[in-house]
Design a protein around this ligand. Structure first.
Ligand SMILES: Cc1ncc(COP(=O)(O)O)c(C=O)c1O
Length: 394
């Protein structure tokens, strides 16, 4: 059996072809990986959970009130299949100044990622993604027996655009996760636009799935959505989610924006406009969430940025180098195997993320809690890591 480590070591040597055939033969790698993950069930009181990229303050009163109302007699009638999918689609279209034909909903953006993988990869059309990245597409492609090509990151842990463009030739789908999970790094909007144009030129049949899950958290000044390109270009699709800045991870609601032809194909996979797999309470939550005043996301970004800066500085002051985090989590070189660190932190009530090969010997992913939680968490990190820590190079 190919272990997760074998997979990553193959990727690390840049053996895209070898990796492709191994994964194709191996089946759903993701299933093996998930056995290694901490369980993501509700966290016990008193435990600080920094192990998955959620919003620690949750969805807020506006959204919770909408869910409560949806339960009531004048609300969504949970006993019936919902018509609210079209109302949320209209709200999203209004927000982005696009048409409803440009939008498809999903049960979380996970469904969007799976549908795109299903549609655009094949036995002779690989999925291309970085190593590491969010594994949904790679796991789903390999489950279907479709090849996956892994591309190493650049020295700053960002997507290596040259390597990615070269690997894209003849590929079915590029998973362009920006900011990237787990590294939290971001490629600027201009470079991304150039990358898309290059792939369109050099491999015109390849679709690029730009995952903007963490869009609202980016503070890099060269920041922009790729929705305007996606609505014009059938080979570009943007995935979005309510799970992050809107704090609705457990409610499960995401969407894609793209060209009407691409969205139509996606909708066929998603049970007719997504409605077949959607939860009526999440639809009402989504309508309330996206209808909040424009400063909602700005305030959430500011809250996260303060926590991010505090936590990154804590590590940097102790000689541990974080990547340039542009999300609600960070990736930091703690100079020791993450497993040891994770177990020691867990014993003191703080959960940090699982291993992310090939960086499991050095780098830990930490999702940001509230400021109060991070202040408590760094006290635990200090005890576990010792006062004078100098991280080894990666
Ligand atoms: C980059 C990225 N995309 C998509 C998802 C899936 O999110 P959801 O299905 O909750 O929308 C995640 C979850 O963490 C993620 O990190």
């Amino acid at each position: 059996m190919l272990t997760r480590r074998d997979f990553v070591q193959a990727a690390g040597i840049g053996a895209a072809g070898a990796l492709t055939s191994m994964i194709g033969a191996r089946g759903r790698e993701h299933a093996v990986w998930s056995l290694l993950e901490p369980t993501l069930h509700a966290v016990e009181p008193g435990i600080i959970c920094l192990a998955s990229n959620e919003n620690p303050v949750g969805p807020g009163k506006t959204v919770l009130d909408a869910v409560r109302t949806a339960f009531g007699p004048t609300g969504a009638q949970p006993g019936r299949y919902s018509g609210a999918a079209s109302a949320l689609t209209e709200e999203i279209a209004k927000q982005f100044k696009v048409k409803t034909e440009n939008v498809v909903l999903g049960c979380g953006s996970t469904q969007i990622l799976r549908s795109a993988t299903h549609l655009f990869t094949a036995k002779d059309k690989p999925l291309v993604g970085t190593i590491p990245t969010y594994e949904e597409c790679a796991g789903y492609a390999s489950m279907m027996g479709h090849p996956v090509t892994g591309v190493a990151l650049d020295s700053e842990f960002r997507i290596d655009l040259d390597k990615m463009a070269n690997a894209a030739k003849g590929a079915g789908l590029i998973f362009y996760c920006n900011p990237n999970n787990p590294t939290a790094t971001y490629v600027g909007a201009r470079a991304t636009r150039e990358f898309i144009a290059r792939v369109n030129r050099e491999s015109p049949d390849t679709t690029i799935l730009v995952d903007e899950a963490y869009f609202d958290y980016v503070t890099d000044p060269d920041h922009d959505t790729h929705v305007p390109i996606a609505i014009e270009n059938p080979r570009v699709l943007v995935a979005r989610t309510f799970s992050k800045a809107y704090g609705m991870a457990g409610l499960r609601m995401g969407y894609a924006i793209g060209h009407p032809d691409t969205i139509k194909k996606m909708a066929e996979w998603d049970g007719g406009g997504g409605a077949g797999s959607l939860n009526v309470l999440a639809l009402h939550a989504g309508i309330a969430a996206i209808g909040q005043p424009p400063d909602f996301t700005a305030n959430e970004r500011a809250r996260n940025t303060a926590v991010r800066d505090f936590t990154m500085k804590w590590f940097a002051d102790r000689g541990m180098k974080p990547t340039n985090a542009q999300a609600n989590f960070m990736f930091v070189n703690i100079g020791r195997p993450v497993k040891e660190f994770r177990e020691a932190c867990k014993a003191k009530g703080v959960l940090v993320a699982r291993d992310f090969p090939p960086f499991e010997k050095t780098h830990c992913r930490l999702s940001f809690g509230t400021m109060e939680e991070m202040q408590k968490a760094v006290a635990v990190f200090g005890e576990v890591l010792g006062k004078k820590v100098t991280a080894r190079a990666a």
